[in-house]
Ligand binder design. Sequence first.
Ligand SMILES: Nc1ncnc2c1ncn2[C@@H]1O[C@H](COP(=O)(O)OP(=O)(O)OP(=O)(O)O)[C@@H](O)[C@H]1O
Ligand SMILES: [Mg+2]
Length: 354
Amino acid sequence: REWAADPARPVRTGPGGERLTPRGSAAVHRATVRGRSMPWSTAQRVVAGELWREMSGLLSRQMVELEARNTELARTNEDLDSFAHAAAHDLKEPLRGISNAAAFIVEDAGAVLDDTSLRRLTTVRRLAERMDGLLDSLLHFSRLGQVGLEREELSLDEVVDDALLVAGGRLAEQGVTVVRPAPLPWVRADRERLREVLENLLVNAAKYAADEGTGERQVWVEAVPVAEPGGEDGKGGGPVTAVVVRDNGIGIPPGQHEDVLQLFRRLHRREERGGGSGVGLAVVKRIVERHGGRLWLESPAVAPDGGGGPGDDPGPGDDRRPDGDRGPDGGGPGTAVWFTLGATDTPRLPGAGA
Ligand SMILES: Nc1ncnc2c1ncn2[C@@H]1O[C@H](COP(=O)(O)OP(=O)(O)OP(=O)(O)O)[C@@H](O)[C@H]1O
Ligand SMILES: [Mg+2]
């Protein structure tokens, strides 16, 4: 080791007493490092080699096990989908039988039946109809897990237009205006499925619009770059485009964000708010995940540029957006549904039927 001066030399006493001075001499002092590392012995090498082999063996065994478990999980999921599909399909036929039988009874013996019995038979038919609807939803949901995607380059604006052919009526009925602050980008996705996603989200914006409030009822459709969190394998993390559908409606309590994504889960009674069976968001989540993307909710909803968030009162002349438009203000706390669409389809195991 070479030092600029002897590190062991005591501090010199000057006229003003003891003080640190730049080392005067700067004569290079050579210090000897005592205690050198010794070469490994043969026995140590053998032990280290063994440890290395053990560790890499353990790792590769765990990799194989993990892969096998993933395959098994995928197969189990697929089995569940096939089971749900088959069960829903097979249940529909006897259900039709029940409904028809009830109808025949009313037809043949309606004249001799009392009012209570007639009412009960009508209930049987109504319930059978509802169950048929639920089975259809289940069939659709399980099918989404089985069929492949047909990805193509799509103009998101065009897909929103398509979705509005269906959702537009409901939005107009509720006085909700659709705002697209900027042209939407092109995405690589399955056209029909993506339309279904947007249709569901736009219809929800209409169904769950705020009941009162001075603000205009609005739903915003925007594309926002977000940082994708790194995967567990340490990969990923690059910026991706997220699509966000944000309204200024009644909002979803934060504790129920997970719940509403479940199949058949509603926060309202069946017939409230235009009815529904609680399938929409579960279907949306499934489609997004089939694309390799992810979905998350935000409520109260906040505008991505920090301006014009719901719940605040911008007052007249407020002009926080470059184009002079405001985000969803007034009304309720609002809900934002965010989703990304992965770049590639997640391949299903061979044998996944139609
Ligand atoms: N934009 C929204 N604002 C407020 N609440 C919402 C919104 N979207 C969904 N929800 C809540 O989440 C629940 C589940 O939504 P989902 O779309 O899955 O089902 P649904 O609208 O009740 O019925 P379906 O979509 O099957 O006709 C809804 O019942 C509602 O309570
Ligand atoms: Mg819905």
